[in-house]
Write a protein that binds this ligand. Structure first.
Ligand code: FAD
Length: 341
């Protein structure tokens, strides 16, 4: 089934979320797609707890708070979210654009807003011989179905929140959990570290610190263990039926580079009147766009979203005059915001 929409936003980082708002004020409902399973882009995935000081009129807020506030702000406009869907194909067709995601969703959109930031985030992989052929069967970079790990011996690699959260969550039903971390300090929340250490003290999980994976142990095409190099120069084998690898995410411009858009140093060239690309109807805002003087700041992306929305309105409703209206005083704005008496 093809989903028809006036506006498709690619990327649910802060700028993509604010694009929903600016389109909503002009009466345009948007669909928004992100390859990740949660909204917020860099704010959510790279610095949720760090304070931001340069959002106008918000003296201080964390990355997570900014995203939560944006989600509240766009609520009146009821965007449709398509998360965990990487956009892999975009091409111009009659009256708009055809878009396809990796899991296979198809859209027909009148206008496109690329708010892809530094690209779609991909899990950092385990670079060991044979690891790619075991992917999704015995080596996992995300947990889709926790029941797969019931009664199994699990090696969990990493020292961040995902590694510790899954070690804690899967241990009760697993045959054994070994957390392997290359350092002895953790990037995870202190409460999770404390919980993991107390479970290790009671023997419910094992922790191996200052160790890195050097080779996979296989029986045919099945994983049986992981060979580790320890900091003291010794080696060790951990028996494991599955390895869960949480080395963090790295950005990749990926398919966006193949859509026929004018690029400059891996970002999309736009004009500064409408933040439109070389393809009319495709706009690019936020970190992914480039123009003379561009600064990769959230506030720049918010401004870009406002102007792109006005330009898109003229394409979606041609011939209709669009007046700038203040949210403070305009009854139409109040109606759209759902705050009319
Ligand atoms: P992003 O936040 O990068 O979001 C882009 C989204 O698009 C991602 O979720 C990605 O998965 C998705 N995506 C990409 N390609 C695809 C695809 N093909 N299909 C589907 N989805 C896709 N800025 C400030 O203004 N103030 C600060 O104090 C500040 N502090 C920072 C601190 C750190 C540690 C970092 C790393 C950045 C900081 N920034 C700060 C920069 C700020 O986070 C970025 O400018 C902002 O996140 C850009 O927003 P965006 O929406 O353009 O892109």
């Amino acid at each position: 089934m093809v989903i028809h929409t006036d506006a498709l936003i690619i990327g649910a980082g802060p700028c993509g979320l604010f694009q929903v708002f600016e389109l909503g004020l002009l009466g345009i409902k948007a669909d928004i797609v992100d390859s990740l399973p949660a909204v917020g882009g860099q704010c959510t995935w790279l610095y949720p707890d760090k304070p931001i000081y340069d959002i106008p009129a918000v003296p201080i807020c964390t990355g997570a708070e900014l995203v939560a506030n944006l989600m509240t702000q766009i609520e009146p406009f009821g965007p449709t979210f398509h998360l965990g869907e990487e956009v892999v194909a975009l091409q111009a067709v009659d009256g708009g654009f055809q878009v396809r995601t990796a899991p296979g969703k198809e859209f027909h959109a009148k206008t496109i807003f690329i708010a892809g930031g530094v690209g779609s985030f991909q899990p950092r992989k385990l670079h060991l011989d044979g690891a790619d052929t075991l992917e999704e069967r015995f080596i996992h970079y995300r947990v889709q179905d926790p029941t797969l790990f019931k009664g199994k011996r699990l090696a969990i690699l990493g020292g961040g929140d995902s590694a510790l959260d899954w070690a804690l969550a899967l241990a009760p039903d697993a045959a054994g959990v070994t957390l392997i971390h290359r350092r002895d300090d953790y990037r995870a929340a202190p409460a999770s570290v404390a919980q993991l250490k107390s479970r290790a003290a009671s023997g419910a999980v094992e922790i191996i610190e200052s160790a890195s994976a050097r080779a996979l142990r296989l029986d045919g095409d099945r994983l049986t263990g992981i060979e580790l190099s320890l900091k003291d120069g010794s080696n060790r084998i951990v028996d494991a039926d599955h390895a869960l690898v949480f080395f963090g995410l790295s950005p990749k411009l990926g398919p966006i580079a193949e859509w026929g858009l004018a690029l400059h140093k891996k970002v999309i060239t736009v004009d500064t009147e409408a933040f439109q690309t070389n393809v009319p109807g495709i706009f690019a805002i936020g970190d992914i766009c480039d123009y003379p003087g561009k600064k990769k700041l959230i506030l720049s992306g918010f401004h870009e979203a406002a102007l792109a929305a006005f330009a898109a309105k003229a394409l979606i409703d041609p011939g209709k005059k669009v007046h700038l209206q203040y949210t403070t005083t305009s009854p139409l704005m109040h109606k759209r915001l759902g705050v009319a008496d």
